[in-house]
Ligand binder design. Sequence first.
Ligand SMILES: C[S@@+](CC[C@H](N)C(=O)[O-])C[C@H]1O[C@@H](n2cnc3c(N)ncnc32)[C@H](O)[C@@H]1O
Length: 259
Amino acid sequence: MGAKEKNLSLPWRVIVIILVILLGLMLSGWRIQFLSAAAETGSVYQERVVHSADGIGKFYMGREIAKVMGHTEALWLERLSRETTEQPQQVVDALDLKPTDVVADIGAGTGYFSFRISRLVSQGRVLAVDIQPEMLDIIEFLKQENNVTNVETILGSVTAPNLLDETVDLALMVDAYHEFEYPREMMEGIVRSLKPGGRVVLVEYRRENPLIPIKALHKMNQRQVRKEMKAVGLQWLETKHVLPQQHLMVFEKMNSRQL
Ligand SMILES: C[S@@+](CC[C@H](N)C(=O)[O-])C[C@H]1O[C@@H](n2cnc3c(N)ncnc32)[C@H](O)[C@@H]1O
């Protein structure tokens, strides 16, 4: 090819320059849109277009947040097979509760754990927190039905458990934390609600084991849980290996010197 043929004529040069400018503007526009989406949700979260069908497309510390289990599936929480697969009595026994303890069951659902715990804290209380009023209605119905007086329902929001500061001995989350849309804000509220020496217990299906037949986003691995709890000033105390398919992880508030 001759050198003459390689040179573009003036009109073509103008067209190419215009196309390059337009492409540049489009790319920077997409970038601005992406950055503003991240800024809207706060710096600790990212929105991603490509994500799991079981998640909400929002990521926290590298983990995609799962969709919330709706109240129309409440019966699933009361399934008989839970006695075998989740062994609720083992969970309750592992909490080492005192009769006077105040326990917050965050993401209480139908109160599957709230009612079991209420028997152990006869002089204390269970604060059953959920964001779905329909779940709290079920708990209120069961309270009446079974004459339970030490379970109190609390309507939380996606960003706050609505608990008073320094009133809780133990905050429990069973199969719930992975659904929190604002895990950082929720955990900060939970930590504030703890009395000095108060504990947080998380029960989550073991993500390390791919053979456990639960959707991936509804399972968590220990490393991720510890990372997320450390970010809100919680120190890992122990993981109790008492359940067939779930981690039972115990944390306590770090004192200011440990932070
Ligand atoms: C899978 S259910 C588990 C219920 C119960 N812990 C159990 O084991 O039977 C999860 C519950 O967490 C609740 N939830 C989700 N996000 C929440 C939040 N930010 N604060 C309180 N509850 C929340 C949902 O409404 C749902 O009832």
